[in-house]
Design a protein around this ligand. Sequence first.
Ligand SMILES: Cc1ncc(COP(=O)(O)O)c(C=O)c1O
Length: 190
Amino acid sequence: MIDEAYHEYVTDPSYRSAVPLALDTPNVLVARTFSKAFGMAGMRVGYGIGRAETMKALAKLKMPYNVSVFGVAAAMAALKDTAHMETERARNTAVRDFTVKALEEMGCKSAASQGNFIFTDVGRPAKDFRDACAKQGVIVGRDFPPFEKTHVRISIGTMDEMRKAVAVFRSVTRPGTTSLDGRRQEESWR
Ligand SMILES: Cc1ncc(COP(=O)(O)O)c(C=O)c1O
C-alpha cells in the first residue's frame, strides 16, 4: 500500500504518482485521502486505486457503513473543483516557503517538504519547544521518534497564522543561537 496522502500538495516536477504501478501490479494499491489538501478530515473520506481484482478482494473487508452519503457527495464535488485545488496548492507552497525561510534565519534547518507540514531541527527536545510555544498559544505537533530530541513537526496554516507562529518561534529561540553566517551555534538551550 503506497500512501499518497499529500499527493495534491506536491510541486516537485520529478514526482511521479504510484498509480500506474498499482494499475499494473496486483499486490500494490495507492491510498488517497480528502483529509489533507481538500481540508475535509472531518468527513472521513478516502479512496484506494488498484487493479479491479485487488480492490474486489479488499471490498470484502470493508465495514458495512464505512462512508456517509454527505461525505461521498462532498468528495465528488471537491474532485471536480480543480481551480480550488490549484489555489490551495499555491497558497500552501507560498506559506511553507515563508515558514522554512523564517526558521532558517533562526538557525533551524528543515527537511525538504512537499506536504503541508515542516520537519525542522530546533536543536532541543520537541517537548520543550512545544511547551514554550503552547504558552504563547501556538500548538506544535507531537513527538516523532526517533527525532524527538531535536526535531519538531510544524503544520502549515494560513499566512496570517504562520506570521504569528513564526514570531512565537523566534521568541522561544534564544537570541544568539544563530551565528551571522546562519549556522546554529553549539550552545545549550537550557
Ligand atoms: C501520511 C498520512 N497518511 C494518511 C493520513 C490519514 O488520513 P485520514 O484522515 O484519511 O485517515 C494521514 C493523516 O494524518 C497522514 O499523515
